[in-house]
Design a protein around this ligand. Sequence first.
Ligand code: MN
Length: 289
Amino acid sequence: MLIGTHALVFTGTFDAAGLRRAIEGTAQAGFDLVEIPLMDPDSFDSHLARRLLDDTDLRVTASLGLTEATDLSSEDPAVVAAGEAMLTRCLDHLATMGGDVLCGVIYSAMRKYSSPATAAGVAASQAALGRLAVAARERGIRLSLEVVNRYESNVMNTARGGLAFLDGIGDPEVSLHLDSYHMNIEEPDMWQPVLDAADRLGYVHIGESHRGYLGTGSVDFDSFFRALDRAGYDGPVVFESFSSAVVSPELSTTLGIWRNLWQDSDDLAAHANRFIRGRLHAVRTIALH
Ligand code: MN
Protein backbone atom coordinates (compact mmCIF):
# COMPACT_ATOMS: atom_id res chain seq x y z
CA MET A 1 0.00 0.00 0.00
CA LEU A 2 1.45 3.35 -1.05
CA ILE A 3 0.84 6.42 1.12
CA GLY A 4 1.07 9.73 -0.68
CA THR A 5 0.17 13.38 -0.78
CA HIS A 6 -1.28 15.77 -3.29
CA ALA A 7 1.39 18.18 -4.54
CA LEU A 8 -0.84 21.18 -3.78
CA VAL A 9 0.07 20.75 -0.12
CA PHE A 10 3.37 22.34 -1.15
CA THR A 11 2.81 24.46 -4.24
CA GLY A 12 0.12 25.88 -6.49
CA THR A 13 2.41 26.45 -9.47
CA PHE A 14 4.07 23.65 -11.38
CA ASP A 15 7.06 25.37 -12.93
CA ALA A 16 10.55 24.07 -12.13
CA ALA A 17 10.67 25.64 -8.67
CA GLY A 18 7.17 24.40 -7.80
CA LEU A 19 7.83 20.87 -8.97
CA ARG A 20 11.06 20.76 -7.00
CA ARG A 21 9.32 22.02 -3.86
CA ALA A 22 6.48 19.49 -4.15
CA ILE A 23 8.70 16.50 -4.85
CA GLU A 24 11.31 17.32 -2.21
CA GLY A 25 8.65 18.20 0.38
CA THR A 26 6.74 14.97 -0.26
CA ALA A 27 9.87 12.86 0.15
CA GLN A 28 10.96 14.81 3.23
CA ALA A 29 7.57 14.28 4.92
CA GLY A 30 8.00 10.52 4.61
CA PHE A 31 5.48 9.69 1.89
CA ASP A 32 5.85 7.01 -0.80
CA LEU A 33 4.03 8.83 -3.57
CA VAL A 34 3.25 12.28 -4.94
CA GLU A 35 0.06 13.08 -6.86
CA ILE A 36 0.64 15.83 -9.38
CA PRO A 37 -2.28 17.87 -10.76
CA LEU A 38 -2.28 18.21 -14.55
CA MET A 39 -4.79 21.04 -14.81
CA ASP A 40 -2.63 22.70 -17.48
CA PRO A 41 -0.98 19.95 -19.54
CA ASP A 42 0.11 22.39 -22.26
CA SER A 43 2.58 24.08 -19.95
CA PHE A 44 3.61 21.03 -17.90
CA ASP A 45 7.18 19.73 -18.25
CA SER A 46 6.90 15.99 -17.54
CA HIS A 47 10.53 15.35 -18.53
CA LEU A 48 11.70 17.71 -15.80
CA ALA A 49 9.30 16.09 -13.33
CA ARG A 50 10.72 12.68 -14.23
CA ARG A 51 14.28 13.89 -13.59
CA LEU A 52 13.31 15.35 -10.21
CA LEU A 53 11.42 12.17 -9.28
CA ASP A 54 14.42 10.06 -10.24
CA ASP A 55 16.39 11.78 -7.48
CA THR A 56 13.93 10.30 -4.95
CA ASP A 57 12.27 6.93 -4.26
CA LEU A 58 8.83 8.45 -4.83
CA ARG A 59 6.17 6.91 -7.03
CA VAL A 60 3.90 9.29 -8.95
CA THR A 61 0.26 9.56 -9.96
CA ALA A 62 -1.63 12.41 -11.63
CA SER A 63 -5.08 13.93 -11.31
CA LEU A 64 -7.21 16.70 -12.67
CA GLY A 65 -10.71 18.05 -12.98
CA LEU A 66 -12.06 18.83 -16.44
CA THR A 67 -13.42 22.28 -17.32
CA GLU A 68 -16.45 23.46 -19.29
CA ALA A 69 -14.26 23.46 -22.41
CA THR A 70 -13.17 19.83 -21.90
CA ASP A 71 -16.31 18.36 -20.28
CA LEU A 72 -16.71 14.70 -21.34
CA SER A 73 -20.34 14.82 -20.16
CA SER A 74 -21.18 17.64 -22.57
CA GLU A 75 -23.79 17.04 -25.26
CA ASP A 76 -21.52 18.91 -27.69
CA PRO A 77 -19.27 16.36 -29.48
CA ALA A 78 -16.59 19.03 -30.05
CA VAL A 79 -16.30 19.61 -26.29
CA VAL A 80 -16.09 15.86 -25.63
CA ALA A 81 -13.39 15.56 -28.31
CA ALA A 82 -11.45 18.42 -26.67
CA GLY A 83 -11.68 16.62 -23.33
CA GLU A 84 -10.52 13.35 -24.83
CA ALA A 85 -7.56 15.08 -26.49
CA MET A 86 -6.64 16.86 -23.27
CA LEU A 87 -6.81 13.64 -21.23
CA THR A 88 -4.68 11.87 -23.83
CA ARG A 89 -2.04 14.57 -23.35
CA CYS A 90 -2.26 13.95 -19.59
CA LEU A 91 -1.75 10.21 -20.17
CA ASP A 92 1.37 11.02 -22.19
CA HIS A 93 2.71 13.26 -19.40
CA LEU A 94 2.02 10.61 -16.79
CA ALA A 95 3.70 7.90 -18.89
CA THR A 96 6.75 10.17 -19.25
CA MET A 97 6.85 10.57 -15.46
CA GLY A 98 6.56 6.80 -14.96
CA GLY A 99 3.17 6.98 -13.22
CA ASP A 100 0.42 4.36 -13.39
CA VAL A 101 -2.84 6.02 -12.23
CA LEU A 102 -4.73 8.99 -13.67
CA CYS A 103 -7.55 9.98 -11.33
CA GLY A 104 -9.83 12.83 -10.30
CA VAL A 105 -12.88 14.34 -11.95
CA ILE A 106 -12.01 13.09 -15.42
CA TYR A 107 -15.59 12.23 -16.44
CA SER A 108 -17.19 15.71 -16.23
CA ALA A 109 -16.24 19.30 -15.55
CA MET A 110 -15.29 19.94 -11.93
CA ARG A 111 -17.77 22.67 -11.12
CA LYS A 112 -21.22 23.32 -9.77
CA TYR A 113 -23.79 22.50 -12.43
CA SER A 114 -27.15 24.27 -12.51
CA SER A 115 -29.07 21.23 -13.78
CA PRO A 116 -28.86 17.42 -13.58
CA ALA A 117 -26.60 15.45 -15.92
CA THR A 118 -28.40 14.36 -19.08
CA ALA A 119 -28.58 10.74 -20.26
CA ALA A 120 -26.86 11.71 -23.52
CA GLY A 121 -24.09 13.51 -21.65
CA VAL A 122 -23.50 10.56 -19.34
CA ALA A 123 -23.40 8.19 -22.31
CA ALA A 124 -20.92 10.43 -24.12
CA SER A 125 -18.66 10.47 -21.07
CA GLN A 126 -18.83 6.70 -20.66
CA ALA A 127 -18.02 6.13 -24.33
CA ALA A 128 -15.06 8.54 -24.20
CA LEU A 129 -13.74 6.93 -21.02
CA GLY A 130 -13.98 3.50 -22.65
CA ARG A 131 -11.68 4.74 -25.42
CA LEU A 132 -9.39 6.52 -22.95
CA ALA A 133 -9.10 3.34 -20.87
CA VAL A 134 -7.64 1.61 -23.93
CA ALA A 135 -5.20 4.50 -24.49
CA ALA A 136 -4.27 4.37 -20.80
CA ARG A 137 -3.68 0.61 -20.87
CA GLU A 138 -1.32 1.05 -23.84
CA ARG A 139 0.75 3.35 -21.61
CA GLY A 140 0.66 1.12 -18.49
CA ILE A 141 -1.83 3.45 -16.81
CA ARG A 142 -5.23 2.80 -15.24
CA LEU A 143 -8.04 5.33 -14.83
CA SER A 144 -9.77 5.95 -11.50
CA LEU A 145 -12.86 8.16 -11.37
CA GLU A 146 -13.25 10.37 -8.29
CA VAL A 147 -16.69 10.50 -6.71
CA VAL A 148 -17.18 14.11 -5.61
CA ASN A 149 -19.90 16.10 -3.87
CA ARG A 150 -22.85 17.73 -5.61
CA TYR A 151 -21.14 21.12 -5.86
CA GLU A 152 -18.28 19.71 -7.96
CA SER A 153 -20.08 17.44 -10.44
CA ASN A 154 -23.61 16.34 -11.36
CA VAL A 155 -22.61 12.95 -12.84
CA MET A 156 -21.87 10.96 -9.67
CA ASN A 157 -21.94 11.97 -6.01
CA THR A 158 -21.93 8.64 -4.15
CA ALA A 159 -20.08 5.35 -4.42
CA ARG A 160 -23.34 3.70 -5.50
CA GLY A 161 -23.72 6.24 -8.29
CA GLY A 162 -20.11 5.72 -9.25
CA LEU A 163 -20.57 1.96 -9.54
CA ALA A 164 -23.56 2.49 -11.83
CA PHE A 165 -21.49 4.85 -13.96
CA LEU A 166 -18.67 2.27 -14.21
CA ASP A 167 -21.19 -0.32 -15.41
CA GLY A 168 -21.91 1.94 -18.36
CA ILE A 169 -18.23 2.06 -19.34
CA GLY A 170 -17.87 -1.70 -19.24
CA ASP A 171 -14.08 -1.77 -18.81
CA PRO A 172 -13.11 -3.78 -15.71
CA GLU A 173 -9.86 -1.84 -15.26
CA VAL A 174 -11.52 1.56 -14.80
CA SER A 175 -11.93 1.95 -11.05
CA LEU A 176 -13.58 4.21 -8.49
CA HIS A 177 -11.68 6.83 -6.57
CA LEU A 178 -13.25 7.64 -3.16
CA ASP A 179 -12.41 10.73 -1.10
CA SER A 180 -13.28 11.01 2.60
CA TYR A 181 -14.01 14.75 2.25
CA HIS A 182 -16.68 14.17 -0.40
CA MET A 183 -18.03 11.04 1.32
CA ASN A 184 -18.50 13.05 4.52
CA ILE A 185 -20.86 15.35 2.60
CA GLU A 186 -22.84 12.83 0.55
CA GLU A 187 -22.66 9.29 1.96
CA PRO A 188 -24.78 7.75 4.73
CA ASP A 189 -21.61 6.76 6.60
CA MET A 190 -17.91 6.10 5.98
CA TRP A 191 -18.14 2.30 6.10
CA GLN A 192 -20.79 0.89 3.80
CA PRO A 193 -19.74 2.71 0.58
CA VAL A 194 -16.19 1.37 0.91
CA LEU A 195 -17.49 -2.18 1.32
CA ASP A 196 -19.97 -1.73 -1.56
CA ALA A 197 -17.21 -0.47 -3.86
CA ALA A 198 -14.51 -2.85 -2.61
CA ASP A 199 -14.08 -4.78 -5.87
CA ARG A 200 -13.89 -1.60 -7.93
CA LEU A 201 -11.97 0.68 -5.55
CA GLY A 202 -8.72 1.85 -7.15
CA TYR A 203 -7.70 5.06 -5.40
CA VAL A 204 -8.38 6.86 -2.11
CA HIS A 205 -8.08 10.48 -1.03
CA ILE A 206 -7.84 11.32 2.65
CA GLY A 207 -9.25 14.76 3.36
CA GLU A 208 -10.73 16.34 6.48
CA SER A 209 -14.23 17.93 6.46
CA HIS A 210 -12.71 21.42 6.10
CA ARG A 211 -9.69 20.15 4.11
CA GLY A 212 -7.27 21.13 6.89
CA TYR A 213 -5.32 19.09 9.47
CA LEU A 214 -6.49 15.48 9.73
CA GLY A 215 -8.25 14.82 13.02
CA THR A 216 -9.51 18.38 13.51
CA GLY A 217 -12.82 18.06 11.64
CA SER A 218 -15.90 15.86 11.51
CA VAL A 219 -14.81 13.01 9.19
CA ASP A 220 -15.28 9.62 10.88
CA PHE A 221 -11.79 8.32 10.10
CA ASP A 222 -12.20 5.43 12.56
CA SER A 223 -14.91 3.90 10.38
CA PHE A 224 -13.20 4.81 7.12
CA PHE A 225 -9.85 3.18 7.88
CA ARG A 226 -11.59 0.11 9.34
CA ALA A 227 -13.60 -0.14 6.13
CA LEU A 228 -10.49 0.10 3.94
CA ASP A 229 -8.93 -2.73 5.92
CA ARG A 230 -12.11 -4.84 5.89
CA ALA A 231 -12.42 -4.31 2.12
CA GLY A 232 -8.85 -5.53 1.62
CA TYR A 233 -7.97 -2.28 -0.13
CA ASP A 234 -4.31 -2.21 -1.15
CA GLY A 235 -4.08 0.76 -3.55
CA PRO A 236 -2.79 4.31 -3.10
CA VAL A 237 -3.96 6.32 -0.07
CA VAL A 238 -3.28 9.98 -0.76
CA PHE A 239 -3.59 12.98 1.55
CA GLU A 240 -5.34 16.03 0.15
CA SER A 241 -5.46 19.41 1.89
CA PHE A 242 -5.94 22.95 0.69
CA SER A 243 -5.41 26.31 2.32
CA SER A 244 -5.22 29.85 1.02
CA ALA A 245 -1.59 29.63 2.16
CA VAL A 246 -0.90 27.79 -1.12
CA VAL A 247 -2.80 29.12 -4.14
CA SER A 248 -3.33 27.32 -7.42
CA PRO A 249 -4.62 29.57 -10.22
CA GLU A 250 -6.77 26.72 -11.54
CA LEU A 251 -7.83 24.79 -8.44
CA SER A 252 -8.20 27.20 -5.54
CA THR A 253 -11.19 29.09 -6.91
CA THR A 254 -12.88 25.96 -8.28
CA LEU A 255 -12.65 24.27 -4.87
CA GLY A 256 -13.57 27.40 -2.89
CA ILE A 257 -10.34 27.66 -0.93
CA TRP A 258 -10.94 31.01 0.75
CA ARG A 259 -9.56 30.42 4.23
CA ASN A 260 -6.14 29.87 5.65
CA LEU A 261 -6.33 26.56 7.55
CA TRP A 262 -2.59 26.08 7.89
CA GLN A 263 0.66 27.90 7.22
CA ASP A 264 3.37 25.27 7.32
CA SER A 265 3.20 22.75 4.45
CA ASP A 266 6.00 20.62 5.87
CA ASP A 267 4.39 20.29 9.30
CA LEU A 268 0.97 19.56 7.78
CA ALA A 269 2.41 16.88 5.49
CA ALA A 270 4.52 15.18 8.17
CA HIS A 271 1.48 15.10 10.46
CA ALA A 272 -0.72 13.60 7.73
CA ASN A 273 1.86 10.94 6.93
CA ARG A 274 1.98 9.91 10.61
CA PHE A 275 -1.82 10.08 10.94
CA ILE A 276 -2.53 7.86 7.92
CA ARG A 277 0.18 5.32 8.64
CA GLY A 278 -0.82 5.17 12.31
CA ARG A 279 -4.46 4.48 11.51
CA LEU A 280 -3.63 1.84 8.90
CA HIS A 281 -1.18 0.18 11.24
CA ALA A 282 -3.75 0.05 14.05
CA VAL A 283 -6.64 -1.34 11.98
CA ARG A 284 -4.48 -4.20 10.69
CA THR A 285 -4.32 -5.56 14.25
CA ILE A 286 -8.12 -5.96 14.32
CA ALA A 287 -7.60 -9.28 12.55
CA LEU A 288 -5.95 -10.55 15.75
CA HIS A 289 -8.91 -9.77 18.00
MN1 MN B 1 -10.04 14.38 -3.78
